[in-house]
Design a protein around this ligand. Structure first.
Ligand code: SF4
Ligand code: SF4
Length: 733
């Protein structure tokens, strides 16, 4: 060992020792913070599916590859990080001796070849990512940046570290080539040989370059260890457990979508018959009341802003960005942690748990952070502004896009639950809807005895359950379908089509009440459970003696479809629920319904969030339309998984939209820009919102918003169906 190698070895060992010590301390701190969360025992089941999902999602970059260039570039950088970590390890041999290398594999040409090409592709990948970050920087003129609110220096720092580590990997190899210490052939390592040809035969070059590479890597480790909230770096480690512990690993994608988690206290579902707000946790009022998975979610956020770029609230000027919400919760959790870890915290009656002695050593900033209300305005020092909390439509675009499977909707609803159930604090206009649900069983407060009014004037009798026990499908009409004028047309169209196709169906009529979706999404789990239990009882009775496969329900409202199919199981109601577009697609495909006259004038389709993203029903409505219209369906730029919300979900239907541009107007403008004369929908709420948007723009004469079922009915029965007020008019053209 020469004198240069003695110095490089000592320096490499010193900086590594400091970095490792800080990293161990940081990992212990993060673990302690995450462990402050509430139990989530359900996250430990199904380990096989979890492992498979984690490997598939990370190795396949299943979310990010939808953003193809970014996804591909990030994939090479990720693989580069994992594989080229071996080269950082190798650098420790190279600081000791210029000819050093990893034992066994370090002398293998295949190792040289693989690392060479991963290095080259990693270089290309990181340059692409740097260019994308620069091009999308928040300070660029014009346009919304997905990086707005992200900590930009951290992103730049991480990218420069990756770039320099990769470059120095080739510089080390170049010096090895130049000093004749390199074993791999030119065909396997062309770039290393090219760099070597340009470098002098400096004998100490390998060890010095290896020391620089180690110093850069360890500086990175020191910086991230001193910044435990630096998700852009820590996600390299945290993404694995965060994906492993995702909500439902068996689901194909977006597993944080569909059903909401039941309310839990100490990891157990809350039973409202026995629950006591002084003993049981009702939603989330303090950051430590999220589960540990919630705290892991917040720690894992990479600040990439994909969620923000898709959020309808953010895109229409509301204060809600799912990214900024997650970052606020993360920063608050870590800032409050010293107080909590010292034994501080409020019990469920609001009393301080920590003793004076315990809290004596807690620094003043952590104590001040602990005093901030989780939900509150800027004047109140709140962590999350009420306008942020109530702007969410629960559309799920954020969850769908997040590459590390953060479950934003669950966290938002958990915070709403506390606000509604304990604080009675929510947009006042939604109070009418909740009162109507409690007193009348529907959000409009319509009399229950008018639930069957939509059947009047039909040319056939609509059977009720009990009158016709041999029904195949129970037709769940839903409150909108029964009481709202436009939705009633869809109900009548579906009933007519089912009748025409010879499907045996029956309705509950006055036995039906609201599915409970708006109550659950606004956070009133108590009202949801009341309505849901009543419906589960009614439905179990209607299907008595039938196995699950024969307990079939067809629903026209995606919110009912989601609630009945995905959430009633939490209350003992197991049913096979289909959306009407799925059943209609099947009836057309099997020849039970035959479209005869294509509807013309151009048709576009708006994916309802609770049908598409939440339940992945994308194809059936398109199939029905494809069979019913002239020419091809005209897709809007934002469609399918990336569809843009209508603005009504998350009980937003019953709240005023006071801030920014109206979401429905934004969506209608996109639909109208396609030039289509018909905007087909598959949800009564989308129908209302988009109709309002069209009318608001004074375009009611040029564009019609209509359900997929009505389009099909007009094609099946061009002469018109009784009861369809539009029956005598051609749809368009
Ligand atoms: S669910 Fe939709 S509205 Fe709510 S934060 Fe996510 S993207 Fe935004
Ligand atoms: S998409 Fe996920 S990782 Fe990216 S900013 Fe949003 S929450 Fe964070």
């Amino acid at each position: 060992m020469g004198s240069v190698q003695i110095v490089t070895t000592i320096l490499a060992a010193a900086i590594t020792a400091v970095a490792v010590w800080l990293a161990v301390r940081a990992v212990m701190k993060m673990t302690a913070v995450i462990r402050l969360g509430q139990p989530a025992p359900e996250r430990f089941g199904d380990k096989g599916a979890r492992t498979t999902k984690m490997l598939v999602e990370t190795a396949g970059h299943t979310r990010m590859l939808k953003w193809s260039v970014v996804g591909a570039a990030h994939w090479f950088v990720m693989v580069g990080f994992i594989v080229l970590s071996l080269l950082v390890l190798e650098a420790y041999f190279e600081v000791v001796t210029p000819g050093g290398g990893l034992p066994i594999i370090g002398h293998w040409t295949v190792f040289g070849l693989v690392t060479e090409w991963i290095g080259i592709l990693g270089l290309a990948g990181i340059l692409v990512l740097m260019a994308i970050r620069l091009r999308n920087r928040p300070t660029r003129p014009g346009g919304l940046s997905r990086f707005t609110g992200s900590t930009m220096w951290q992103g730049y720092f991480v990218e420069w570290v990756v770039l320099l580590v990769l470059i120095f990997g080739f510089v080390i190899r170049g010096f090895k080539v130049a000093t004749d210490h390199f074993e791999y052939p030119v065909w396997a390592t062309p770039l290393s040989h090219a760099v070597g040809a340009a470098l002098p035969a400096w004998s100490a070059g390998v060890s010095v370059a290896a020391l620089i590479k180690i110093a850069i890597s360890m500086t990175w480790l020191i910086v991230i260890s001193l910044n435990v909230t630096m998700g852009v770096a820590w996600h390299r480690f945290l993404a694995f457990p965060n994906i492993f512990f995702k909500r439902d690993p068996a689901k194909p994608a977006g597993s944080g979508l569909g059903p909401l988690r039941p309310m839990t206290s100490q990891g157990k579902p809350l039973d409202f018959e026995e629950a006591d707000p002084e003993k049981d946790q009702f939603g989330v009022a303090q950051v430590e009341q999220f589960t540990w998975k919630g705290l892991l979610d917040f720690s894992t956020c990479t600040e990439c802003g994909r969620c923000q770029s898709q959020c309808p609230a953010w895109n229409t000027g509301k204060p809600l960005s799912p990214k900024l919400l997650v970052l606020s919760l993360r920063d608050h959790a870590y800032a409050k942690a010293p107080y909590l870890l010292a034994g501080g915290g409020k019990d469920l009656t609001g009393e301080e748990k920590g003793t004076q002695e315990q809290l004596a050593g807690v620094d003043v900033l952590a104590m001040a952070e602990a005093d901030r209300p989780l939900i509150g305005t800027a004047e109140e020092g709140g962590v999350i502004d009420p306008d942020v909390l109530w702007s969410c439509t629960t559309c799920g675009a954020c969850v769908e896009q997040c590459p590390v499977d953060i479950e934003h909707v669950d966290h938002i609803v958990d915070m709403r639950r506390y606000q509604v159930l304990i604080e009675s604090s929510f947009p006042s206009e939604a109070g009418v809807m909740l009162r109507n649900l409690e007193n009348k069983g529907n959000p409009w407060g319509a009399p229950q005895n008018t639930r069957e009014d939509w059947t009047k004037g039909l040319e056939f009798e609509v059977p009720r359950v009990g009158e016709a026990d041999d029904f195949e499908y129970l037709f769940w009409v839903g409150c909108a379908g029964a009481f709202e004028d436009r939705a009633k047309k869809t109900t009548r169209a579906v009933a007519t089509l089912l009748h025409e196709a010879g499907v045996k169906f029956a309705i509950l009529g006055e036995g039906e009440t609201c599915s409970g979706d708006p109550a659950r999404r606004i956070g009133n789990e108590f009202v949801f459970q009341m309505l849901a239990q009543q419906n589960v009882e009614t439905l179990n009775e209607a299907f008595e003696g039938r196995e699950k496969a024969k307990r079939k329900i067809v629903a026209t409202c995606p919110h009912c479809f989601n609630t009945l199919g995905n959430e009633y199981g939490q209350l003992g109601g197991e049913f096979e629920v289909v959306h009407h577009t799925q059943l209609l697609a099947h009836l057309v495909a099997t020849g039970k319904l035959t479209p005869v006259q294509p509807v013309d004038g151009g048709v576009t389709y708006h994916d309802p969030c609770y049908l598409g993203r939440h339940n992945r029903v994308f194809a059936p409505p398109r199939e029905v339309l494809g069979d019913s219209i002239q020419g091809d369906l005209i897709e809007m730029p934002r469609n399918s998984e990336r569809s843009f919300c209508c603005g009504a979900g998350g009980a937003r239907m019953w709240m005023e939209e006071k801030i920014g541009k109206r979401i429905n107007v934004d969506r209608v403008e996109e639909a109208m820009a396609t030039g289509a004369k018909t905007v087909a929908v598959g949800c009564p709420f989308c129908s209302t919102m988009l109709n309002d948007g069209v009318n608001g723009k004074g375009a009611g004469e040029q564009v019609e918003v209509v359900d997929v079922a009505s389009v099909l009915l007009r094609s099946v029965r061009p002469a018109g169906a009784p009861g369809d007020e539009k029956e005598s008019e051609p749809v368009a053209g």
